[in-house]
Design a protein around this ligand. Structure first.
Ligand code: SF4
Ligand code: SF4
Length: 561
């Protein structure tokens, strides 16, 4: 370690690190555009110029290693003047697009212009005009005029996504970002360049012009697209999810997420396919009924079968809390050992984030008890038993298992099929009773990723249930539903409930006293009764998750095909 001084204070520093890294570790912000902690140093924006005593000129903090006795100034007059000059230089050709730019409100150039520029322009000549709408690939648009040539996007493609698809062309102030000859920006991680871009040059074709940043709220959550469980923010305006962005977690996804997770895992939440209220099959047709009728009907039907005739299919898409209550419901309330869940293994794990297991919680579902009890049947055996009419009643949790004609034919013959689902699908179409369940964006809970990391999800949008809670309950009860988000609006909402709450209501209707008021209460019970979760709670899980004790789980990793 070496001793250095930054702005009059002494710090111990690793000599292999640069000034910007050491400053950052110690909470000192040195403005920068082109530097990023996970990309190679290009040193082209010059925004991080600082003064090092005894050096003849200002140095760039991103490319200068610390050395013993080094004295650094990051805010003296010389440095401030240099920053102002760099900002003036960058703004010469930058268009005055802020009022219509997606990046406004989260733009480094805009922020630094407020903080470090002079506030007026001395430039009277014509700005260089460049193309404004260039589709770089299926998901990303480029506004060449806004580009400040930091090269972050190029380095991301080269170094992280390992798909060299972007390059600079031309020279001087005519430099333009473009795709490499014969290439388009099309890789599984292409949209990460949108957050990497410090200005509004790269924008999402999906989100473009949909909302201003300050109109939305951001809720910390976890992607449900695969077993990685990338940390995300869910961005909402007027109770509608408009985009997902990656949230930094060095243990899980670092700064990134994949395009599939970003684009394909949230649109069902606001889709027309949502189930709006419970439904019962009456004379071959699913008709909407009240919660009371559906719960009483389910309880009545379930009581009519022998324990050996019932099976439950949990869900690797559902939370630990939902699956725990489901395991308890099937094994203790219904008395059946026949319980398992469907695996969704597609393709292979890649070298960065993407996992072949396309569910967020297969490890958690198994760990909290969704696996056959003694002499119980697994998923395949349950299907066979349905075909041979040994299993006559099936309860399926939040997973469309009707993925083939063979399964649909088997399930169509069953005497009683009860389904919890947020959306209409092949399975709900043939169900006897359907309960609308809340999505991952509407409830509290946890997922356990493939590493055994337990991570929190939180309500980002409201359901009718939350509206009812807001109307009638005390603050302490409201807190259990999740703190109301100031972007939630009153009005028509889907009458969906968390799966655990539906199961508890059916159990009570069957005279089994289950009583839980919140997902957190269920998690605390998991932590006290499931060895692998011992000592965990929502506080410990916090923002970055916490590892469960993998030695206590005999989990077979799903086979990759
Ligand atoms: S498009 Fe954005 S990230 Fe790429 S070089 Fe230009 S400013 Fe940098
Ligand atoms: S890698 Fe998996 S968890 Fe991460 S964003 Fe993609 S689909 Fe979601």
């Amino acid at each position: 370690m070496v001793k250095i001084q930054i702005d009059g204070k002494e710090y111990l520093a690793d000599p292999s690190k640069t000034i910007i890294e050491v400053a950052r570790e110690n909470g000192i912000h040195i403005p920068h555009f082109c530097w990023h902690p996970r990309l190679s140093v290009s040193g082209n924006c010059r925004m991080c110029l600082v003064e090092v005593e005894k050096a003849p000129k200002l140095v760039i903090a991103c490319a200068t290693r610390v050395a013993d006795g080094m004295v650094v100034h990051t805010t003296n007059e010389r440095v401030i003047k240099a920053r102002e000059a760099i900002m003036e230089f960058l703004l010469i050709n930058h268009p005055l697009d802020c009022p219509i730019c997606d990046e406004a409100g989260e733009c480094k150039l805009q922020d630094y212009a407020y903080k470090y520029s002079k506030g007026y322009s001395r430039f009277e000549e014509e700005k260089v005009r460049k193309p404004k709408r260039v589709a770089l690939g299926p998901n990303v648009m480029l506004d060449v005029e806004r580009c400040i040539m930091c090269s972050r996007c190029i380095r991301f493609c080269d170094e992280i996504a390992k798909t060299p698809q972007l390059v600079f062309t031309k020279r001087g102030d005519h430099v333009e970002l473009t795709t490499a000859p014969g290439e388009i920006l099309d890789n599984p991680y292409s949209m990460n360049v949108i957050e990497l871009c410090p200005v509004g040059a790269l924008t999402s074709r999906d989100f473009r012009f949909k909302a201003r940043v300050w109109e939305m709220s951001a809720t910390e959550s976890v992607c449900r697209g695969c077993a990685r469980g990338c940390n995300i923010n869910i961005w909402v305006r007027n109770n509608e999810i408009l985009r997902l962005t990656p949230r930094y977690n060095p243990e899980v996804n670092d700064y990134w997420m994949c395009d599939f997770g970003r684009l394909n895992t949230f649109k069902y939440v606001n889709s027309n396919e949502r189930i709006k209220s419970p439904m019962i099959n009456k004379e071959g047709e699913l008709v909407e009924v009240s919660w009371e009728e559906a719960i009483a009907n389910a309880a009545f039907k379930l009581k009519n079968f022998k324990k050996s005739e019932i099976a439950g299919i949990g869900s690797a898409f559902a939370t630990n809390e939902d699956n725990y209550i489901f395991a308890k419901f099937v094994k203790q309330v219904l008395g059946s050992p026949n319980i398992d869940f469907m695996r969704h293994i597609i393709g292979k794990d890649d070298d960065l984030l993407i996992r072949a297991d396309k569910t967020p919680n297969s490890l958690g579902a198994f760990a909290v008890g969704v696996s056959p009890g003694e002499k119980g049947m697994n998923f395949e055996q349950i299907l066979e038993a349905i075909k041979s009419e040994t299993i006559k009643c099936l309860y399926v949790l939040c997973d469309d298992i009707a993925i083939s004609d063979d399964i649909i034919n088997a399930l169509s013959k069953i005497d009683c099929l009860i389904v919890n689902s947020p959306v209409k699908n092949n399975l709900t179409a043939i169900a006897d009773i359907v309960f609308p369940s809340a999505t991952y964006a509407e409830k509290d809970g946890t997922f356990t990723n493939f590493q055994g990391r337990v991570q929190r999800i939180r309500p980002a949008i409201a359901t009718a249930e939350v509206d009812r809670a807001l109307d009638g309950l005390s603050q302490s009860r409201l807190d259990k539903f999740g703190a109301p988000n100031d972007r939630w609006t009153k009005g028509t909402k889907i009458d969906a409930r968390p799966t655990w709450r539906i199961l508890v209501a059916i159990a009570n209707a069957m005279n089994h006293k289950l009583k839980y008021n919140s997902a957190e209460e269920i998690f605390n019970e998991i932590a006290s009764s499931v060895e692998a979760f011992r000592n965990l709670n929502y506080l410990i899980i916090g923002k970055k998750g916490a590892l469960l004790n993998m030695n206590k789980i005999k989990y077979q990793k799903p086979v990759t095909v």
